[in-house]
Write a protein that binds this ligand. Sequence first.
Ligand code: PEP
Ligand code: MG
Length: 591
Amino acid sequence: MKTENRLHMKHGKQRTFEGLAVGRGIAIGTVYRHDSRYDVYVREVRISESRVKREQERFAGAARKANLEIEALQVKAKKLPGAAREELGYLLDAYQQMLKGSRLIRGVEKRIRTDRINAEAAVLKEINKMEDAFAAMDDSYLSARIDDIREVGNRLVRCLGMKQAAAFASLPRNAVIVSDELSPADTALLDPKQVAGLATVLGGVESHTAIMARSLALPAVVAAAELTSWARNGDIIIVDGGAGHVILNPSEAVLTQYRKRRANYLRGRRSLDKLRSVPAVTQDGMAITLQANIELPSEIDSVLRSGATGIGLLRSEFLFMNRDDLPGEEEQFNALLHVVKRMDGRPVTIRTLDIGADKLSDALGFEPGPNPALGLRAIRFSLKRRKTLMEQLAAILRAGAFGPVRILLPMVCTVDEVREVRRILNRLAGRLKRKGVRIADPIPPLGIMIEIPGAALAADALAAEADFFAIGTNDLTQYTLAIDRTDETVAYLYNPLHPAVLRLIQFSAEAAAAAGIPVSVCGEMAGDERLTPLLLGLGIAELSMAAGSIPRVKKRVRALNLAAIAGRARRVTSDADPVRLNAFISDMAEA
Ligand code: PEP
Ligand code: MG
């Protein structure tokens, strides 16, 4: 429907779309339609050694199918009049030759084996390589031939039958990804060096796609209704991720205005960078711990640039995405070791698999169940898949021999879950030690996410079992208010400042303080500097957020007098009137 619409619509006119602001900054770039029907995009999936032969056979089958399609076209072409028949006949002959033992076919077969990737990705990679080689020859005849090769490549991908997904393999400069929807796994494939920003029609502010965009410091807007009905590959687009505006085909005047805004924004960010090495201490001398959340080991450079004093949340599930085999203990150990070593003595909190809802993994064969947000996910899933859990814990224990680590369990709901994991962890540590494997000594602290309302209300009991709390306000808000965090149709109700959520945070913080265990907030609230006084006032002295938010939050911390606001923050949770509450919070934000 959308595609048909597009064909009838006039392009080139400036259009503005309002969406939800999820990633600050301004992107000015070229539209790259992730879901376009005019091009083929594929996802790269790593395959195991044992899959190589099967993958090559699958590719050979696709080449045979593509060949049959061309034969059918040749039959049709013969019915065309004179010149057209001849022209098309030559072209189809050329396509057919390309499908039989050509450089393209041989290259793909080899690449499946050497790069150990799926056939679709191998086709696109091979085409890109050929394109580069042809471009270097500087011959206009040959450069035109690359279109033919692409045509054959696209046909092969179609015949392979893979669901179209993101490869983001050949992006234009300053690409702005425009799509109806982008999964967290797709977003994890974006390279911020190539991508300027993103804008989608669906999605919520605290969806993992939005979180990922913030981690990669990409300007991003979601819930921009109708955007994909108008945006075409190659259109100029502005994404104002701070205000939630998307402007398609901007006029010269608007472009100039946004170029200035972008320069101002970048200047502001550079000036904040100067805060990297100053301590996060309030005016009245209270030291606050500011740490980073990461999804991918590749984010470590931006963590180090941000001045984070540690990693407060490593979302390990991203190590399990975009692949069809599981990362074993060794691979996970190496990925974690890299992070631990780069953090050079600063603590790294590693969360065990939080698979489920919008975070899916083909490799785990995860079945989402009838209600994915409430089903067998996160720690519940890990406790059913003991082998996978033990591999992960072993990798963490081993990485912990090289620097301080903490283990964090997602979506804990009962004390039994914590006890069970502690039993497994102790047994595993004993076994590894007996085998002479070098592991963390003593066993790292075992903490839990407080992100289920029931866990927050039972925080006193859980505090007796857990070594620390990390409050996940994204899910805590979702579950307390019964608002799907990824659903833009109810995004207007998603409010971490709802008194119910604030009371649960306060209750958890008090239970942690009473038990003498550390407590942090690692949901997206932690990275919003307007809420820093509120969280600190509620007794939270550790915040973990996207690396890019740390300087802004630090600036806020350094300007605050905690003694002056603590009483006010507590009063917030006893006032259920939303208008007074908002006034209170704005007042505190300015304090
Ligand atoms: C949260 O729920 O607040 C959290 C930090 O975990 P995630 O966003 O990965 O669900
Ligand atoms: Mg969560």
